[in-house]
Design a protein around this ligand. Structure first.
Ligand code: HEC
Length: 159
């Protein structure tokens, strides 16, 4: 082996501990980054799922109260009145839309005269804050009796 070559080998061997140390440092740095990345990925991924679960959990809090039998004629008229009004632009039967699903409203309120009238007045006046949705527009041209038939129909959707 030539002398030049020997010198080179020696210097490589001398520097070996330094190399392995920096290699370890870089390796640790990479594993660190990997775990931080993994952690944030898992954390970010879990967050929305948790939120959805929570909203589903307290989405409908049924109010206890007596259910009365509502005359079939009233319910039918209510259904017709609703289909001729603007209700379905914001409400769907089974799904949340701009406003809550009609079936969810039925799950929350007992079917009796008090709630039918309370909800009818709310439909006429419009409002917010009951469901965490935006605002329901007022329906000032609705007559209370008609609005009551509409809300009677909505509450009759109880399963
Ligand atoms: C502009 C959209 C919009 C229209 C049109 C609309 N609603 Fe609503 N409705 C909402 C929103 C938003 C809510 C939730 C309000 C809240 O959180 O208090 C709601 C809530 C309700 C509730 C439940 C109220 C409560 O206090 O629990 C009833 C009943 C209801 N709507 C019936 C109707 C009927 C009947 C019509 C048609 C005459 C109608 N809505 C038209 C948006 C609308």
């Amino acid at each position: 082996m030539s002398r030049k070559n020997q010198r080179w080998r020696r210097s490589v061997i001398k520097l070996l501990p330094l190399w392995s140390r920096s290699f370890l440092l870089i390796k640790n740095w990479f594993t660190g980054c990997f775990f931080i990345g993994l952690f944030s990925l898992v954390a970010c991924h879990n967050q929305p799922a948790e939120k959805i679960e929570r909203t589903n959990f307290d989405y409908i809090k049924p109010i206890t109260g007596a259910n009365e039998v509502i005359a079939a004629g009233v319910v039918e008229k209510g259904e017709v009145l609703i289909s001729y009004s603007d209700c379905y632009t914001c409400h769907k039967l089974n799904e949340r839309s701009v406003g809550p699903a009609f079936k969810d409203i039925a799950k929350r309120y007992p079917t009796n005269k008090i709630y039918i009238e309370m909800l009818a007045r709310k439909v006429i006046k419009g409002g917010s804050r009951s469901w965490g949705y935006p605002v329901m527009s007022p329906h000032p041209t609705l007559v209370l009796e008609d609005a009551k038939m509409m809300t009677a129909y909505i509450l009759s959707l109880k399963e």
